[in-house]
Design a protein around this ligand. Structure first.
Ligand SMILES: Nc1ncnc2c1ncn2[C@@H]1O[C@H](COP(=O)(O)OP(=O)(O)OP(=O)(O)O)[C@@H](O)[C@H]1O
Ligand SMILES: [Mg+2]
Length: 274
C-alpha cells in the first residue's frame, strides 16, 4: 500500500491508506506532583476506513494529542487495542505533523523532507533505495507542497507556513499509511491557513492516505473531514461522530453551504455543552 509518485509529480491514488481500529482505548497517566492517576482518555471506540479523513475536536486537555500519540505508537494505551491495517500501530508507517513546525534547523528543506526516507533506505530490506532516488522523491514532494526554489533554504530562512509545508512533505515522504496531524495550521495567519487547507485536501485525496486531524477550529474540521469526532472534556470520550457528506476535495464555498452551517452549529453545541 503505497502512494507512489508519477513522473509528473502527482501522487497516484491507490490503496494509500490503512484502516484504523480503536477498541475501548483508554490512557491513564500518573500525575507528576502527587503520583495519583489522571485518566486522559476512556473507552474510545473508532473505526476509520482506508483513505478516510477524520477530524477530532474537543475542549483543551481532553486528550486529543494523547490520542494521536497512541495511534502513532509513541506509547502504548493503558487499556484497549489499536489496529492499523492487518497489524498493530507499532508496525505501521505513520507520518506526523505537529502544531509547531519541527524541522531540523541544521538541515536544508530538501534534507529535512528526505530525512524519513533516508532512515528507511538504511534498513536492510530497503537497500535498493539509492541516495539519488531518495533525493528525487524529496524533490517531487517539495514540488507537490509548493516549495520549489526553497530546497536549499534552512528552516529559519522560510516562513511558518512554508515550514508547515515542509513538515507535510516530510510526513508524506515515507508513503504513510496513516497521516496524523496535531493542530498543524493553528500558528498560521488566516490566509496561509486557508491555502494550506486547500492543498492538504488535494494531497490527501490524491495520496489516499488515512488522515486523523486534530484541531480547535470547528470550521476547519468540517471543511476538511469526512467525519468529525467530538470528544468530551477529560476524560476524553467519544461524544459524537458526525458525517460531512459532501465529497472531498471541497470548494471554498462549501463553507457557506447549509450543510456546513448546520454541522458547525451542531458541533459547536456539542463542544460547548457540559
Ligand atoms: N506524559 C504525560 N504525563 C502525564 N500527564 C499527561 C501526559 N501527557 C498528557 N497528559 C495529561 O493528559 C491530559 C490530556 O492532554 P492532551 O495533551 O492529550 O490534551 P489535548 O486535548 O491535546 O489539549 P490541547 O487542546 O490543549 O492541546 C492532560 O491533562 C495532560 O496533562
Ligand atoms: Mg493537544
Amino acid at each position: 500500500m503505497r502512494a507512489d509518485l508519477r513522473t509528473d509529480g502527482a501522487l497516484t491514488t491507490g490503496t494509500g491508506g490503512a484502516a484504523l481500529r480503536l477498541k475501548d482505548v483508554g490512557m491513564r497517566f500518573s500525575q507528576p506532583n502527587n503520583g495519583r492517576t489522571l485518566t486522559a482518555l476512556e473507552g474510545i471506540d473508532l473505526d476509520i476506513e482506508p483513505g478516510e479523513f477524520v477530524a477530532v475536536v474537543g475542549p483543551s486537555g481532553c486528550g486529543k494529542t494523547t490520542l494521536l500519540r497512541l495511534i502513532a505508537a509513541m506509547m502504548p494505551p493503558t487499556s484497549g487495542t489499536i489496529g492499523v491495517g492487518d497489524g498493530t500501530a507499532a508496525g505501521a508507517r505513520t507520518g506526523f505533523v505537529f502544531q509547531q513546525a519541527s524541522l531540523y534547523p541544521w538541515r536544508t528543506v530538501l534534507r529535512n523532507v528526505a530525512f524519513g526516507t533516508e532512515l528507511r533506505a538504511r534498513t536492510p530490506h530497503r537497500r535498493d533505495r539509492s541516495r539519488k532516488a531518495v533525493r528525487a522523491k524529496a524533490q517531487e514532494l517539495i514540488e507537490l507542497v509548493g516549495l520549489e526554489g526553497f530546497e536549499d533554504y534552512y528552516p529559519h530562512q522560510i516562513s511558518g507556513g512554508m515550514q508547515q509545508r515542509a513538515n507535510l512533505a516530510r510526513a508524506l515522504a515515507i508513503d504513510p499509511q496513516l497521516l496524523l496531524m496535531d493542530e498543524p495550521f493553528s500558528a498560521l495567519d488566516a490566509q496561509t491557513r486557508e491555502e494550506l487547507q486547500i492543498e492538504l485536501q488535494r494531497i490527501a485525496v490524491q495520496a489516499g492516505t488515512t488522515t486523523v486531524f486534530v484541531t480547535h477550529d470547528i470550521g476547519e474540521a468540517i471543511y476538511l473531514a469526512d467525519r468529525v469526532v467530538v470528544l468530551s472534556g477529560r476524560p476524553g470520550r467519544v461524544r459524537e461522530v458526525l458525517a460531512c457528506p459532501t465529497p472531498r476535495p471541497r470548494p471554498l464555498k462549501y463553507q457557506v453551504s447549509d450543510e456546513f452551517t448546520d454541522l458547525r452549529n451542531t458541533v459547536w453545541n456539542l463542544v460547548h455543552s457540559k
